[in-house]
Design a protein around this ligand. Structure first.
Ligand code: MF3
Ligand code: CO
Ligand code: CO
Length: 270
């Protein structure tokens, strides 16, 4: 028995955490969110994604935390930075941002053994109307999913709420990547799908911790992974957006562990 893990597992293998575990998740989540807040002023035309990642690496270290992604399956950076038609897992590098680029920055930290995983959208320079609409729909899709989080609802209810909303806006939900359980581990059961049917899949219980992280495309949902074995792009090269929160199920709803302390989760900051 591994005594760092408290609580029990459901028959689907989903960990039910104890009431005292929420505090650790809250601290880890808040740190990840604060680091993302600090990136807002760095995202400007002319900078590189590796400069942003370097700032993230420094802030994780300064906080006495660890990056969950450095060394994860051979990944070597403290963030994923996914620009324009990159869906997720964009690798920071010498790419120079230009006016109007939209990007997702995804950070996962480990603080006191707890994982905080969050991502959000940014814009370099001026946001186009088309990009703004994609970002708004993706943000609102995440919250349609979060609103379903309470004991007795199912993971299918979450996925359905997201899919129905996004497709109603004539955009598409990526199927090839999903959210995940987390806690004292990075990726645990269940797979949190961003599409589905009401009443299907595991039933939510108080003490479950997981991410919801929908990726939404302006065009078709299909993705492909580039030769670097990480970068996932839209097959049709249309723009893609993503937002991610780490969430815990409470007795009557949810707690969002990764709320932005500065209120900068959404790139129009309103
Ligand atoms: N943070 C990502 C997620 O939301 C996972 C990134 S894994 C990496 O689950 F290796 F690509 F960084
Ligand atoms: Co995640
Ligand atoms: Co993430």
């Amino acid at each position: 028995m591994d005594d760092i893990h408290h609580g029990r597992l459901t028959r689907e293998g989903i960990r039910i955490h104890e009431a005292t575990d929420f505090a650790g998740m809250h601290k880890a989540g808040e740190l990840a969110a604060r680091i993302l807040d600090d990136m807002v002023d760095l995202v400007v035309p002319g900078t590189t994604t590796e400069a942003i990642d370097k700032a993230i690496t420094d802030k994780v270290e300064a906080a006495g935390a660890k990056s969950a992604t450095i060394g994860y399956k051979g990944y070597r950076h403290a963030s994923c930075i996914s620009v324009n038609h990159v869906v997720c897992h964009g690798i920071p590098g010498p790419k120079v941002l230009k006016d109007g680029d939209i990007l997702n920055i995804d950070v996962t930290v480990i603080l006191d053994g707890w994982f905080g995983d969050t991502s959000r959208m940014y814009v370099a320079g001026k946001l186009s109307r088309k990009s703004e609409r994609l970002i708004q729909v993706t943000h609102d899709a995440l919250f349609k999913g979060i609103e379903q989080v309470k004991p007795g609802n199912t993971f299918g209810d979450i996925g359905h709420a997201i899919q129905k909303y996004v497709e109603g806006q004539r955009m598409s939900v990526v199927r090839d990547f999903c959210g995940h359980g987390l806690g004292r581990v990075f990726h645990a059961p269940p797979n949190v799908l961003h599409y589905g049917r009401p009443g299907t899949q595991a039933v939510l219980e108080e003490g479950m911790f997981f991410t919801i992280e929908p990726m939404v495309n302006l065009g078709r949902p299909e993705t492909k992974v580039l030769d670097d074995d990480w970068t996932a792009v839209t097959r049709d090269r249309t723009l893609s957006a993503q937002f991610e929160h780490s969430i815990g199920v409470t007795s009557d709803g949810f707690e969002i562990f990764t709320l932005s302390p500065a209120g900068k989760f959404h790139p129009t900051y309103s």
